[in-house]
Design a protein around this ligand. Structure first.
Ligand SMILES: Cc1cc2nc3c(=O)[nH]c(=O)nc-3n(C[C@H](O)[C@H](O)[C@H](O)COP(=O)(O)O)c2cc1C
Length: 172
C-alpha cells in the first residue's frame, strides 16, 4: 500500500523562483492532450495544450490557457474562432508537431471549417469554438469558447501525467 498521507514537512509555499516542487505537485493531476488550431495571416497554426477543460454544458463552454511567454500568445488569445482536438493514445507524434519548433501542418491532412479554421481530420474528439470571453490570469490568459460543433471518434485517449505520456488503465 502506498503512503498517501502528506507529512507536515512536505507542505510548502509555491516559490516562483524555484517552481520545481510546485510543478511536481501539479503534475499529479493527469490530463488529456489537445491541439488548438486557428487560421492566421501566416497560414494554419497549432499549439499542443493540456490546459483544456469543460466549463458549462448549457451553453456549451470550454476553456484553455495560452501562456503569456508563448511567442504566439496574442495570436491564440485573440482568435475569434479556433478548434480544439483531443488526441488519442497513438497520436504522440502529432503532439510533437505543435510544440516549439515542431513541423506544424506540413504534410498533414486537414480542412477548413465554415469559419475558416484548420481542422485536423483524424483525432479522438474535436470542439470547434467561437471565442466567448478572455480572462487575465497571472502568466497565462484564460480563453473561454462557445462550442459551435463537436465530434468524437472511438479509441483510447492520450494521457499526460507527471511530465510523461501514456495510456489510461482501467481498475480490475
Ligand atoms: C503536454 C503539453 C501541454 C502544453 N500545454 C500548454 C498550454 O496549456 N498552454 C500553453 O500556452 N502552452 C502549452 N504547451 C506548450 C506549447 O505547446 C508551446 O510549445 C509553447 O506555447 C511555446 O510556444 P511558442 O513556440 O509559440 O513560443 C504545452 C506543451 C506540452 C508538451
Amino acid at each position: 500500500m502506498h503512503q498517501l498521507a502528506i507529512a507536515k514537512d512536505n507542505v510548502f509555499v509555491p516559490d516562483p523562483a524555484d517552481s520545481r516542487r510546485y510543478r511536481h505537485a501539479l503534475g499529479t493531476f493527469s490530463t488529456g492532450v489537445t491541439i488548438v488550431t486557428l487560421q492566421s495571416d501566416a497560414g494554419p497554426q497549432g499549439m499542443t495544450v493540456n490546459s483544456f477543460a469543460s466549463v458549462s454544458l448549457d451553453p456549451p463552454l470550454v476553456l484553455w490557457s495560452p501562456a503569456k511567454s508563448s511567442s504566439r500568445h496574442d495570436l491564440f488569445a485573440g482568435a475569434g474562432h479556433y478548434a480544439i482536438h483531443v488526441l488519442s493514445a497513438d497520436q504522440h507524434d502529432l503532439l510533437a508537431r505543435f510544440t516549439r519548433g515542431g513541423a506544424g501542418f506540413d504534410g498533414l491532412d486537414y480542412h477548413l471549417n465554415e469559419e475558416g479554421v484548420p481542422v485536423l481530420s483524424d483525432t479522438l474528439a474535436r470542439f470547434e469554438c467561437a471565442r466567448a470571453n478572455v480572462h487575465d490570469a497571472g502568466d497565462h490568459t484564460i480563453v473561454v469558447g462557445r462550442v459551435l460543433r463537436a465530434a468524437h471518434g472511438e479509441g483510447e485517449p492520450l494521457i499526460f501525467s507527471r511530465g510523461a505520456f501514456g495510456r489510461f488503465a482501467h481498475h480490475g
